[in-house]
Every structure is written in C-alpha cells, then in structure tokens.
Design a binder for this molecule. Sequence first.
Ligand code: E4P
Length: 214
Amino acid sequence: MKLFIDTAEIHEIEAAAKTGLIDGVTTNPSLVAKAGQPFEKLLLRICELVDGPISAEVTTVTAQDMIAQGKTLAKLHKNIVVKLPLTWAGLEACKALSEQEIKTNVTLCFTEVQAMMAAKAGATYVSPFVGRLDDIGQDGMALIRGIRQVYDHYHFETQILVASIRHVDHMRQSILAGGDVGTLPYKVFQQLLSHPLTDSGLARFMKDWETMKG
Ligand code: E4P
C-alpha cells in the first residue's frame, strides 16, 4: 500500500519525507490556504521534496475552466496529479485530461456509485473521504470495502486513495480493506508506529543490556 502525506505545510512534508517512506502528497484548497504561500510556488517546492504523485486541486467550476487549469497545473511538473471534484463538470474534465495522459485524482467521493463514475471517466485515483462520513454517523470504512468490491468486479484500474483519515485505526482498516493508497495528516503519520508494548519492550531490552554490561 502506498503512503501519501495530506498537507501543504512544507515543514511537515520535509519531516515526513526524511523517513524515506512517503510515496506522494495530497493537497486541497483548504490546506493550501492554511499554508499561506502562492499555490504554484508551493507545488514546485513540494515536488522538490517528494518524488511521487503530488495532487493539486483545481479551483474552477466549469469543465472547460477545469481542463484549462488542469493543463496548466500538469505543466508545472511531471509528478503533478490534477485533483477534480466529483461533479459532472469534474468528470467531464477528468475524461478530457485522462485522454491527454494527464493523471487525475477525483475527490470528495462518498458513494460506490460516485466511485464507479470516476473510474468510468478514467480517473487515476479516486479519493473517498472516510472521516467525513464517520462525522455524519455513517461508516466510512464500509465505503472503502464497497469500492474495492466494485473495482475488482469490473476490473477498473482506478486506485482507491483513502482520504480524510483521522486516526491510526483508519489506516489499519484501509490496509485490511485493500485500499491502494492512504493519505495521512502529519499528526497521524507520526503516530503510525506508536504502541505501548513497543515502548515498554524496548525500555526493558535496553535496561537488561545495561545490566549485562555491568
Ligand atoms: C484528501 O485528499 C483531502 O485533502 C483530505 O484527506 C480531507 O481530509 P479532512 O476531511 O480531514 O479535511
């Protein structure tokens, strides 16, 4: 399973990239606005830090405008993936960009039907938002299992990019459900290895080792 980092904060991307275990980056307009840097400059800096797919979301509304903005974003760097909303306009743009070999990530997916439509439009990735479904009392992880079933049954090649991950157990369930990619906020990325038995086990090993040396 591939691991992406879901942030536009350069210091977080730098820190995560240092582990050598980050395969890509996802951003969205809210994350970019929070980072407070010019969009294109920010994307180029991210592309320097991580050699993998970097999702950059369009901020336009019509299909024609999304196609034009998508082409501009894709020209910035070979690793840019154009992120498009799961709307009719977004899927029209997805189809047009995919036909031009531009990689796409269709975002804001909340149902298996939407995921099937994104795949039919040629999306490279689809981003189901598990945390936001949990927030409204639904089961976000059931959606991942459902999309996996649909894509396997119909042999769609679109990759399931599990998004809106809020905690490590979302990641655990994504792995078990057969997600292709998990995109994590930096805080969750930092918690991936945390386990009290790992900590206490290591403390015990080090203590016993000291005793032997003595
Ligand atoms: C993914 O591409 C999105 O940027 C992100 O995962 C959304 O997460 P949120 O629901 O925590 O904002």
